[in-house]
Design a protein around this ligand. Structure first.
Ligand SMILES: [Fe+2]
Length: 475
């Protein structure tokens, strides 16, 4: 028995209630609202033979990148496969994609989800899963083009079209097409103002262009739409904190950290990543964060042996290094090195990016800034291979700049900061750091000019003088 979903995609069930639950769970998944797994679990409790329910559950679990959820993923894959005989072609392909993820072949999994869309372009769950997969694999071009491929089969009358626009907006942003990305994010939000991914795409545009006041307005004015009951809100709050950080508003950043990014202990790995990434940015500025690091380390320390996904490992390493947990940091490094010798997508990620990045962070923590520089300089150019966004990976550049300054390599820091001021000419932080670099390079007049630029920019936005960390006076 076969029904079709609201996008005319075949589902091998005759149970209209199960299908309605799947539609509801899909809508929650597309909007990151809580909690698609609970909805699909309720449907499966009533109808354990609901094939697409198991496939959907497996996909959602895979895209958490959380090793702790692998046993649940395994259960869903097994339950789906046991129903293969009654599954349709699309569902069998979902099973194969989820199974590839389960076996650590993330690249093949994402390719399989993507291939489903060639034949079923309105399979919006496959689209979302492939889109998230492209993000985890750092496949910027596919973030844009995989969505573009399905556009001829969608229009404003297709349910969920706004979400597709939001995905395309993010892909356009990650490939540097900022004007079209912002335009598309606005189109998505005109259709559905409660689309946190479209809001997020716009936030990335403003982050990359250094449009700090615009970014604060963009997120701040829409907060009621994206922040309530939303599993992605922590990340949009994180983006708001990034603008504040660029403006030197450290107190506001800490307030956002304590109230919105990490308001309480969470062992959700995606949330732990943003918490670590924000604290590390503050740590680079010499800001005292001991209690916050200690609290976060309680969540990361048990994962020091996982080596499941190198991008996560890098954030675990920041936390262990900054919280002074040397033994666990050593263990993590050994495990990441060992995982690089294994098989599967993560082995490649670890080998090419995870190991040098973790070693660099480890060295930075020991005060061995020259080693950190040697490791970060080459890996920065290929760091997209372990996934994440440009804004997230910017942390590697910030670490490299700080290492160069602390190692007294002013000319290197100056060169790296020239990249930054070219991309973000209105960033007070970039100019304040440039002043530090010029001081270190011995060019006092240019340093004074850069400092005046930083102060002028901060002043023009009604902000206090940018704080650039405790070492600024010494450099
Ligand atoms: Fe982001």
């Amino acid at each position: 028995m076969t029904l079709k979903d609201m996008r005319d995609v075949p589902v091998s069930t005759g149970n209209a209630t199960s299908l309605a639950c799947l539609e509801q769970a899909t809508e929650l998944f597309l909007g990151y609202f809580n909690d698609p797994i609970a909805v699909i679990d309720a449907a499966l409790a009533e109808d354990p033979g609901f094939v697409m329910g198991h496939c959907f559950r497996a996909g959602v679990l895979a895209t958490t990148t959380d090793k702790a959820l692998v046993p649940e993923l395994e259960k869903s894959v097994a339950a789906a496969k046991a129903l293969s005989a009654k599954a349709n072609d699309r569902e069998r392909r979902h099973m194969a994609a989820a199974e590839a993820w389960l076996h650590g072949d993330f690249r093949r999994s994402v390719a399989l989800y993507g291939d489903i869309l060639i034949d079923y372009p309105r399979d919006v769950a496959a689209l979302q899963l492939a889109h998230l997969g492209d993000f985890y694999l750092g496949q910027s071009m596919m973030l844009r083009d995989r969505v573009a491929r399905v556009l001829p089969d969608w229009d404003a009358s297709t349910p969920g079209y706004g979400y597709v626009m939001g995905m395309h907006a993010f892909g356009l942003e990650e490939t540097g097409d900022y004007g079209r990305a912002e335009e598309r994010a606005r189109v998505a939000l005109a259709m559905n103002r409660r689309d946190p991914w479209a809001v997020h795409a716009g936030a990335h545009v403003m982050e990359m262009q250094g449009r700090l006041a615009d970014g604060i307005e963009w997120l701040g004015s829409r907060a009621p739409d994206w922040s309530h009951d939303n599993g992605f809100a922590f990340h949009n709050w994180w983006h708001l904190a990034l603008y504040r950080l660029d403006l030197g508003q450290v107190e506001r950043v800490l307030e956002l950290y304590d109230t919105a990014i990490r308001p309480k202990r969470s062992d959700v790995v995606l949330e732990m990543i943003d918490a670590a990434a924000m604290l590390w940015r503050l740590h680079l500025r010499g800001i005292e964060l001991k209690q916050r690091w200690d609290e976060l380390a309680e969540s990361w320390a048990p994962r020091a042996g996982e080596a499941y996904y190198a991008f996560n490992d890098a954030h675990a390493m920041m936390t262990l290094v900054a919280s002074g947990r040397e033994r666990e940091a050593d263990r993590l490094l050994a495990n990441v090195v060992a995982s690089a010798a294994g098989s599967g997508t993560n082995a490649m990620m670890a080998r090419e990016v995870g190991v040098p990045v973790c070693r660099a962070l480890h060295a930075f923590g020991r005060g061995d800034y020259d080693t950190a520089i040697d490791l970060l300089m080459p890996v920065r150019a290929i760091a997209h291979r372990f996934g994440g966004s440009h804004a997230q990976r910017d942390l590697l550049s910030l670490t490299l700049i700080e290492a160069a300054l602390r190692a007294g390599r002013g000319r290197l820091a100056r060169a790296l900061l020239a990249e930054r001021t070219e991309l973000k000419p209105a960033s007070p932080f970039a100019w304040a750091m440039t002043a530090r670099a010029l001081d270190a390079a011995g060019d006092r007049p240019a340093a004074a000019r850069a400092r005046r630029t930083a102060e002028g920019l901060a002043g023009s936005m009604g902000m206090p003088r940018p704080r650039v960390g405790r070492l600024s006076a010494a450099q």
